[in-house]
Write a protein of this length. Structure first.
Length: 200
């Protein structure tokens, strides 16, 4: 199933919305959810779609709703990251962020915002941001983006008491960088104690 921004203008949206309302008014919420909820509640963003469904189906666990939403967009699961984070589903947020490309800047902001409250989550968000940038994802990624991701990742690692682990995971991550220019490796060369990549 396509993402929210592409579905909200399809004619089927109105049909699904009407059918969902009929079932809900008849007390058939489970049937309404399983058959029509996702298509009937498409909003302009993935977060807004999640919130609309969660509000309409308060008896459903947010984790279950998110699982169904992520499954509805195969190959684009990472776009539900912000929805999972907003619901406090930190484990699921990291899971979807690692399943498919997720906007690095969204991940960096999450790491920054949660570095003290949820340092393990912030650590994983920062690592995911660096991994996707190392794989060439992200719009016009700059060295500042990379350094911010690194800084918040390491700050989170400090709060979580796992600096050595984080550094090793970062070294392993950049070792797999597949971009010809090895941008992330070059930017973090000194911080990670890497050999110069200028000759690569």
């Amino acid at each position: 199933m396509s993402g929210p921004q592409r579905l909200c203008f399809r004619p089927n949206f109105l049909i699904s919305e009407a059918c969902e309302q009929i079932l809900l008014s008849s007390g058939l919420s489970e049937q309404a959810f399983s058959r029509y909820a996702i298509e009937a509640n498409q909003k302009s963003t993935y977060l807004a779609t999640f919130r609309a469904i969660a509000k309409k189906y308060p008896h459903k666990e947010p984790a279950d709703i998110l699982k169904d939403l992520a499954a509805s967009t195969p190959g684009e699961e990472g776009k539900w990251f912000a929805a999972a984070k907003s619901a406090g589903l930190y484990g699921q947020a990291i899971e979807v962020a690692n399943q498919s490309p997720c906007d690095p800047r969204t991940l960096i902001r999450a790491a920054r915002d949660m570095v003290e409250k949820e340092p393990r989550f912030a650590l994983e968000a920062g690592l995911a941001a660096l991994r996707w940038m190392a794989q060439g994802y992200g719009y016009e990624v700059t060295s500042l983006d990379i350094r911010q991701a690194y800084d918040w990742t390491m700050t989170a690692a400090e709060h979580a008491g796992c600096i050595s682990e984080a550094l090793q995971r970062l070294r392993d991550l950049v070792a797999k960088e597949n971009q010809q220019e090895r941008f992330v490796s070059r930017v973090l060369e000194q911080e990670l104690g890497l050999k110069s990549t200028e000759q690569d």
